[in-house]
Ligand binder design. Structure first.
Ligand SMILES: *Cc1c(COP(=O)(O)O)cnc(C)c1O
Ligand SMILES: [Zn+2]
Length: 472
């Protein structure tokens, strides 16, 4: 534990503070979410972001080398709650910003202006590893050996991988407890949780119900909660933005475009930029566009349709509660092919509102057909991502059409998860087949513009040549 880091309630009228080692996921006084906070004057903050660049090339075995190698902990001065000697790392966050000129050209952006932050390239295949390394480091500090989460898939995959990979040999393994609901879970993700030995509870309820139950369980049984209400997870996820900046030689882009589910990433990104600005490490803040799925549009409805604003922390909670009351009354559930963002009651809503204020952000929604179309386009031009991730590129196109993003803005899309996470969605799109119970897309023939169907041929070389000659 250290004396320069603490936790603080995000409600400015409460602003209660708690020690670093208090296990809390909301303010004991008022129920609001908590932030990890630092007394920056007592931290060693570098004068310039370029300080971090040289650590990129470190490899080796000691604790410092392990920290340098991690794309999260090489920025450790900006998340100074952890002791560098006791970090739990599996080599997460070694992702880079990719300049996507072919994709840019195809969607009407100028070359050199569209970038993809390819978080699928993490050990467990999604950005969740950035947060998990931070939360596991805290779990180790606290001596917690049982961890739990509710998950649409990637949180559990990441948590299960960290639990199995980081258990010290001299102790019984860390137990990972995963709650999955009746909503969609991509098999790639479920397979990871099972393979890494997580205790997997299939709850008869949706994601929002699982979230509720896991919070109750962890509270009652003293299990450490790994969902993004854990403020330390979001500290790790701040580094995604540091790497975007590094990929642009520390220049600030005009736009960050990110899919919004439970809104942990959106929340972390706003905090990252607010802190960098406060510390004088950047001179302006990019705009953040959060993209919902049309089938899970809660943030869009509240922010864009009903005008709910963070309002320096005094946001209209009653209006949010009324909105949720109406959803409950209709027994409404989120439904989208983009299972990672199939969430109707995002736990980090308030922090995401804060991000939207700090970054002059906005929210859009994109439907499943458009998500899949753009997923195929991203794949066609070199990057495999899962459906939720492609919502970011779909969102850029919507904002280009609206004239809000201009073709020569610099835009970074966060590709949150790897394409192999959900092959059913991909094969379904290209062939029209339902590869499992999910009824999407409509049974054959495929309707997508980018559909690339396998061609049946006889086991005959003449016919194979003929087919290829007549090909596209
Ligand atoms: C978790 C996840 C999201 C949603 O992120 P939030 O931080 O919950 O908004 C989006 N895409 C993928 C691939 C994810 O795993
Ligand atoms: Zn409070």
């Amino acid at each position: 534990m250290n004396d320069r880091a603490f936790q603080q309630c995000i409600d400015p009228d409460c602003a209660a503070t708690y020690a670093l080692d208090e296990v809390l996921f909301s303010c004991r006084k008022c129920g609001a979410l908590l932030d990890a906070r630092y007394d920056w004057d007592r931290c060693e903050v570098p004068k310039s972001l370029s300080f971090f660049a040289e650590r990129w090339s470190t490899v080796g075995r000691g604790p410092k080398a392990i920290a340098d190698y991690s794309g999260v902990w090489r920025f450790r001065e900006l998340l100074p709650f952890a002791d560098v000697n006791r970090i739990v790392s599996i080599g997460e966050g070694r992702t880079t910003l990719q300049q996507a000129d072919l994709l840019a050209k195809n969607i009407g952006m100028k070359p050199g202006h569209l970038f993809l932050e390819y978080e699928g390239f993490n050990p467990s295949g999604s950005f969740k590893d950035n947060g998990m390394t931070a939360a596991f480091t805290v779990a180790r500090m606290l001596g917690r050996r049982r961890v739990a989460c509710a998950s649409t898939g990637n949180t559990s995959a990441s948590m299960a991988m960290f639990a199995s990979a980081s258990s010290p040999a001299e102790l019984p393994p860390t137990q990972a407890i995963v709650f999955i609901g009746s909503g969609k879970i991509a098999y790639g993700k479920l397979s990871q949780a099972l393979d890494h030995g997580a205790t997997t509870l299939q709850v008869a309820g949706d994601f929002d119900a699982c979230m509720h139950r896991v919070a109750e369980l962890t509270d009652r049984m003293g299990i450490y909660l790994m969902n993004s209400v854990n403020p330390f997870r979001l500290e790790g996820q701040k580094t995604i933005m540091y790497r975007v900046l590094q990929g642009l030689d520390w220049e600030v882009p005009d736009w960050i475009v990110v899919p919004g589910g439970n809104l942990g990433n959106s929340s972390a990104f706003g905090k990252a930029f607010a802190e960098l600005h406060q510390l004088g490490l950047i001179d302006r803040i990019p705009r953040v566009a959060i993209i919902n799925a049309t089938g899970a549009p809660t943030l869009y409805q509240l922010y864009e349709e009903q005008g709910v604003r963070w309002n320096s922390g005094r946001y209209n909670k009653q209006q949010v509660d009324e909105h949720y009351g109406q959803l409950d009354a209709k027994e409404w559930k989120a439904v989208t092919i983009a299972s990672a963002i199939e969430i109707g009651r995002p736990v980090n809503l308030s922090k995401a509102l804060r991000t939207l204020e700090v970054t002059d952000g906005l929210v859009r929604h994109v439907d499943d057909a458009y998500i899949l179309e753009n997923k195929a386009l991203v794949g066609r031009y070199g990057y495999a991502c899962e459906p939720a991730s492609a919502a970011s590129v779909a969102g850029v196109r919507v904002l280009l059409e609206e004239g809000i993003i201009s073709p020569d803005d610099r835009v970074a899309c966060i590709l949150t998860g790897h394409g192999l996470k959900d092959p059913d969605a991909t094969v379904g799109y290209h062939t029209g087949m339902n590869t499992k119970a999910v009824k999407w897309p409509e049974p054959s023939p495929p309707t997508g513009k980018m559909a690339n169907q396998p061609i049946p041929v006889a086991d005959d070389i003449d016919e194979i040549c003929r087919v290829l000659d007549a090909g596209p």
